[in-house]
Design a protein around this ligand. Structure first.
Ligand SMILES: Cc1ncc(COP(=O)(O)O)c(C=O)c1O
Length: 451
């Protein structure tokens, strides 16, 4: 595919590799984009984009007038490199319908709902059939509590390629969605002395709830325009923190490069554990997805992923990639909670390239829907958090009234106040999911919403 001249992804991979392996030491000044482009025989844009991506991920640092250098606290004891992007998109959606008590749901604009009508049924059926036919008798036994070895190997490769995660299949644990994964992690951390866990404020309710269920204290840590306020971690006295760095839920903010670096520095300094909830990072529309934080410091980060947004929540398929200190304690709690056939089907889907194809299709489709909704909202709301994910944030003074009226008109919507963990006043805002409805349906829904 590529001869002598590297493409942007290869260049990114080579640079990440160099940093991980210690060939590129912190502080090393990289060649100017012009010089490196000339040396490699590629266009300057390739180098500029690769540098920008790696700055966003925290591998490199760019200072005005001082060029691009290798960022200070890069790389854990990592091994493999890799990293690049994924994509998604899809077919036609059906207007949401549903029984529901009061007004029937005509348009489903709730957050985080993927387009279920685009579930790759044929590919899944093929993969499932192959799994049922091919599975050896022995694999039908109780088996490894970490999950089916074939899936853990497929996930390790996929996450390495798509999310720049450093994943040894031996450190991958299959779980029942992100929620199930968090339910394994907190008790293991508690056993190791963790008492206070930072949760994003505003944030996903399940994060704080699962922390509390494990008998730990959930401590709100503010999120601002650059993502989690890392400077607030030390004063909050937390031993661990759960974050959504690639696409903060619900604000949609991407954790800024300097915050990523500061967060890793906090973990190294204090021994604190970072739990990275990478729930919908595959869906990024303006550029490549920002690589996972875990790839920079695999010994300090628990990586949590899920098929809920990429395929369907009902699969209840998720995975953890664990640092060494948590590997055994989490595996000991893993309850073999996912049927082996589903695990093997997902492994097939990954290996046949069907998952990547599905993600590329869905990314195209969701981008179109996002653009349609943004255009339909026009200047009626301040729209943010649109670069990635399956929803946007529409700030408008009358959010509560709009939401109530929308629901009465059969439009299912959520608001920042009602549907997220918040401990401080937040600007009134609607959270509008655009993944589930077709473009014409989104136009109609926005019209009704604002009428
Ligand atoms: C922040 C966040 N993480 C993870 C998930 C996915 O959870 P699960 O994998 O348990 O379905 C969601 C779904 O809404 C979410 O909002």
């Amino acid at each position: 595919m590529v001869g002598r001249r590297p493409g942007r992804e290869e260049l990114e991979r080579a640079l990440r590799d160099g940093v991980r392996a210690g060939r590129l030491r912190p502080g090393t000044l990289l060649p100017s984009s012009r010089a490196l482009a000339a040396q490699l025989g590629v266009s300057r844009g390739v180098v500029v984009e690769a540098y920008a991506q790696l700055v966003a991920e925290g591998w490199l640092a760019a200072r005005q007038g001082a060029g691009t250098t290798v960022a200070a606290p890069a790389a854990g004891p990592g091994t493999r490199p890799r990293g690049s992007g994924l994509s998604p998109p899809g077919p036609e959606p059906e207007p949401g319908t549903g029984p529901a008590g009061p007004p029937a749901v005509r348009y489903d604009l709730r957050t985080g709902r993927p387009d279920l009508s685009a579930f790759p049924r044929r590919a899944w059926a093929r993969a499932l059939a192959a799994a049922v036919r091919g599975v050896p008798d022995a694999a039908l036994d109780y088996g490894d509590p970490r999950g089916a070895p074939a899936l853990r190997a497929a996930l390790a490769g996929h996450l390495g390629r798509a999310r720049a995660v450093v994943a040894d299949p031996g450190r991958v644990v299959v779980c029942s969605g992100t929620a199930g994964g968090l339910g394994l992690v907190w008790p293991a951390l508690r056993e190791q002395g963790v008492r206070r866990v930072g949760v994003e404020d505003p944030g996903w309710r399940e994060q704080a709830a699962s922390v509390r269920r494990a008998g730990l204290e959930a401590v709100p840590v503010p999120v601002d325009a650059l993502g989690l306020d890392v400077a607030a971690l030390a004063p909050a006295g937390v031993d661990a923190v759960v974050v959504t760095p690639a696409h903060q839920f619900p604000t949609g903010v991407v954790l800024a490069a300097e915050r990523r670096v500061a967060l890793l520095a906090w973990a190294r300094r204090t021994g604190g554990v970072i739990v990275e909830d990478d729930y919908d990072a595959e869906f990024r529309y303006d550029r490549e997805p920002v690589g996972a934080l875990q790839g920079l410091a695999p010994d300090h980060v628990v990586y949590a992923g899920s098929a809920s947004k990429t395929l369907a929540p009902a699969l209840r398929l998720g995975w953890l990639v664990l640092p060494s200190r948590l590997d055994e304690p989490v595996a000991a709690r893993a309850a073999r909670g996912t049927a082996v056939f589903d695990q093997l089907a997902l492994a097939e889907l990954i290996q046949r390239g069907d998952l990547d194809r599905h993600l590329r299709r869905m990314r195209r489709s969701y981008r179109g829907r996002r653009d349609t909704l943004v255009a339909a909202l026009g200047s009626r709301a301040t729209v943010t958090g649109v670069a990635a994910g399956l929803h946007l944030v529409a700030q408008t003074g009358d959010a509560a009234a709009l939401a109530a009226r929308a629901r009465a008109r059969g439009i299912a919507v959520q608001t920042l106040h009602e549907d997220c963990t918040t401990s401080r006043p937040q600007p009134p805002a609607l959270l509008l999911g655009y993944a589930r409805e077709s473009e014409p349906a989104l136009r109609r829904a926005a019209g009704l919403l604002l009428a």
